[in-house]
Design a protein around this ligand. Structure first.
Ligand SMILES: [Zn+2]
Length: 277
């Protein structure tokens, strides 16, 4: 089934790697802001094309980024979104244009992020990548493959890394806090080994992909459930079973249909309720 997954995390948290693996596993599009902008440089938006800003060396403004990401999401039959939304205004826009099945946050302490970001080294001869801590060469500062010197790129210095983390803390942390308060975000221990992190994300995705109880097992009159109406936020699979969803509302103690949809993944993850039991 087509999944709509949002992966959040600071620079160095491993979003890119994990998003790529998820996209492979589920046959989804890996949508990043950067790729979407590069692929749609000449798309006309109400605020001009991305190219105009990129060629001037300016940050592409939110309204343009929003339209480009919207187009990329509409094109994709299921996606892993990575690197968007970067701030609260983008998050509000995303809320308006889509409904997500899974929102996961790769949680990594800032000192670990800093170590990850500043430990990167690249061979000046052949371009091979290393990490002083996680993937060190046999001999410090020397490429295993060609014997070339290993250098730290300007982007990986402590100064640049600290800057990037500061921007993240200021702009994107509020997005994470917002989703967490809404009860729709699951925190993943991003400091675990990458394979474990991947398994944890998969668990969250698959806990979300649940099937509600069959109507005959629910025990409330159909007309009462019908009175709750159909919720536009439900996925097609859910629409077929919306009666059951409406029926579990009292169990969850929620007042509105959109509350139900918003809380579903978190509720699932917390309770492990999975099927018609
Ligand atoms: Zn080399």
């Amino acid at each position: 089934m087509s999944q709509r997954i949002l992966l959040l995390g600071a620079p160095g948290a491993g979003k890119g790697t994990q998003s790529g693996k998820l996209a492979d596993k589920y046959g989804l599009e890996h949508v990043t802001t950067g790729d979407a902008l590069r692929a749609n440089k000449d798309m006309e938006t109400d605020h001009g094309t991305p190219r105009e800003y990129m060629e001037a060396g300016d940050l592409v403004p939110d309204p343009v980024v929003n339209e480009i990401v919207k187009a990329a999401l509409e094109e994709a039959d299921g996606y892993v979104l990575d690197g968007y939304p970067r701030n609260l205004s983008q998050a509000e826009y995303l809320d308006d244009i889509t409904s997500l099945d899974t929102i996961a946050h790769l949680d990594v302490d800032e000192d670990v992020l800093l170590r990850r970001l500043t430990g990167r080294r690249v061979c000046e001869e052949c371009g091979e990548n290393y990490h002083t801590e996680f993937q060190p060469p046999a001999e410090s500062g020397v490429c295993d493959r060609c014997g070339g010197a290993l250098l730290q790129r300007d982007d990986d210095t402590e100064e640049v890394a600290t800057d990037r983390l500061g921007v993240f803390r200021e702009n994107t942390q509020p997005v994470i806090d917002y989703y967490r308060e809404e009860g729709v975000l699951t925190d993943i221990d991003g400091e675990a080994p990458p394979d474990e992190v991947f398994d944890d994300i998969v668990d969250v995705i698959e806990a979300t992909d649940w099937h509600p109880p069959a109507p005959e097992n629910v025990g409330i009159p159909r007309h009462r459930a019908a009175g709750l109406g159909y919720c536009g936020l439900l996925s097609p699979e859910m629409k077929d079973n919306w009666l059951c969803h409406a029926a579990v509302t009292p169990l969850l103690g929620m007042r509105t249909r959109s509350d139900l949809c918003r809380l579903r993944p978190e509720f699932q993850h917390r309770t492990g309720v999975s099927a018609c039991d």
